[in-house]
Write a protein that binds this ligand. Structure first.
Ligand code: ADP
Ligand code: G6P
Length: 458
């Protein structure tokens, strides 16, 4: 058997500093196992129906081009102005336009046709994320009988929100074309099963799988992780002072794409409340927030950027001294070695997502700590990571005062408690690393029946 793993995602790693959980984890997985990664080229254009092979990595990379109009309607439109806000519990930010849906369907059809030309009978196809939900349906239409798995990196939407989606009934149908539907958490699985239970076309089989029409799917959770060992190693490496002699002490760190789902305004407000009400007079703590812009062109992202600039100005204006800037707000990516070092020197890390599939920053922060003198992870109860990392300092990101108290607790926490919490969290980070994630998913996918076998059974 000459099996090849074909991974499909909208984003393909290009530079040396990937930001975004999906690219970071899959790069780690494919670098170890080899295979082929298909994704979009960062430059818009016309691919004339054929993939472009790009650059050397330990695995093959094939790119398709999106036209300007597809970028606008499929990527910024349907993917990031309908599905993203809907899955992150922000139905108020959903923008419904027929052109968005049409482009989304058309891109999925086009990429399916390109993949169908490439695929050999033994290949396993692993589709990633909300950009490609209809891909298996389109591949099946073209006669592709290979095993096809799907992993949703973001939260599964609540049933009540699903009907906001245009042609909501096709959502369950598209998912049912996958042999395996992988989700981040047990809560996501519960929401997905609730959707199928609510669908009169779906039948639950005795082994827990779901039959819809001719298709049988399994739904399971596979918490995504990082290459823990490599990140731990990276953080141990000595680097010249990353602050160039202007190191703030103590400081809290935040690292996120500048996305409204990350709860940044409430994080900044909580830090302001902490400074105002709880900070001991003799310390001058900082919040170092690294947040590169993302999905520019979507209004909600422009709005959140402006809101944060305003809040930073206000809080710094109120508390700064000539030699102290409480919030350092940096809108750029940071290379991974420096990031690891920053994590290691930060007293605490603030992950305050309002909704988040997993949140890899939480795992990276823990992996970067010095076991003898670890920092504290303040973690939103609404990040998927909180399901297993129960010994992080869990917070409700809507409760600003409670968050301010958790920041105070984190700065004051005695060494023995920090070590106890760290030991629990690092065990989770190591157990649920990127390799375990991919291995567990692919094992279940490989043991599922091929579409052809199912057709024979009928
Ligand atoms: P999301 O997938 O929603 O962006 P995650 O926390 O799961 O959120 O993953 C984000 C990934 O991107 C992490 O690996 C993180 O280190 C990386 N990242 C985010 N912001 C930056 C940044 N400013 N510089 C470098 N890496 C970043
Ligand atoms: C999240 C999504 C990924 C996406 C990443 C970065 O991790 O689950 O699918 O790639 O954010 O977002 P972007 O729109 O830049 O690809």
């Amino acid at each position: 058997m000459n099996e090849r793993l074909i991974v499909v995602s909208n984003r393909l790693p290009m530079g040396d500093t990937p930001s975004g959980g999906l690219v970071v984890s899959l790069h780690d997985v494919l670098a170890a196992s080899g295979g082929c990664w298909i994704g979009s080229h960062p430059e818009p254009g016309d691919d004339h129906g054929a993939f472009e092979s790009i650059g050397e990595k330990p695995y093959q990379r094939l790119a398709f081009r999106l036209t300007e109009s597809e970028m606008e309607n499929y990527y910024l439109g349907y993917a990031n102005s309908v599905l993203w806000p809907l899955c992150h519990r922000r139905p108020d930010l959903v923008k419904i336009r027929p052109a968005y849906r049409e482009a989304y369907e058309a891109v999925n059809r086009r990429i399916a046709a390109m993949i169908a030309q490439q695929v050999s009978p033994e290949d396993v196809i692993w589709v990633q994320d909300y950009h490609f939900i209809p891909l298996a349906r389109e591949l099946r239409k073209l006669g592709v009988t290979n095993r096809i798995g799907f992993f949703l990196h973001i939260p599964f939407p609540v049933l009540a929100d699903l009907s906001i989606m245009p042609q909501a009934e096709t959502f369950a149908e598209c998912l049912a074309h996958y042999n395996l539907i992988g989700l981040q958490t047990r809560e996501d699985v519960a929401r997905c099963l609730e959707m199928f239970r609510d669908d009169p076309r779906a039948e639950f089989m005795s082994d827990g799988s779901i039959k819809l029409g001719r298709h049988v799917s399994q739904v399971r959770s596979f918490p995504i992780g990082i290459d823990a060992a490599a990140f731990e190693e990276e953080a141990r490496r000595e680097l010249p002072d990353v602050f160039g002699g202007a190191s703030p002490a103590p400081f809290a760190i935040g690292v996120d794409r500048l996305d409204y789902s990350k709860g940044l305004p409430n994080r900044f407000r909580a830090f302001g409340t902490y400074l105002e009400d709880l900070r001991p007079e003799d310390i001058r703590p900082c919040l170092v927030q690294i947040a590169p812009p993302t999905r520019l062109g979507v209004q909600a992202y422009e709005d959140i950027t402006e809101e944060l600039q305003g809040l930073t100005g206000k809080i710094n204006g109120q508390f700064a001294e000539l030699d102290w800037t409480p919030i350092r707000f940096i809108n750029r990516s940071v290379e991974r070695a420096r990031l690891a070092r920053l994590f290691r020197t930060a007293r605490c890390c603030l992950v305050t997502s309002l909704a988040d599939g997993m949140n890899l920053v939480a795992k990276e922060y823990i992996a970067a700590q010095d076991p003898e003198d670890p920092g504290v992870l303040v973690l939103s109860q609404f990040a998927g990571a909180a399901e297993d990392m129960t010994e992080a300092l869990l917070v409700n990101p809507y409760d600003i005062e409670a968050m301010a108290h958790r920041i105070d607790d984190a700065f004051r926490m005695p060494l023995d408690e920090r070590q106890r919490r760290y030991r629990h969290c690092i065990e989770v980070v190591r157990r649920t690393d990127a390799t375990a994630w991919a291995h567990n998913f692919l094992n279940v996918l490989r043991s599922s029946l091929k579409a052809l076998d199912l057709d024979f059974e009928e």
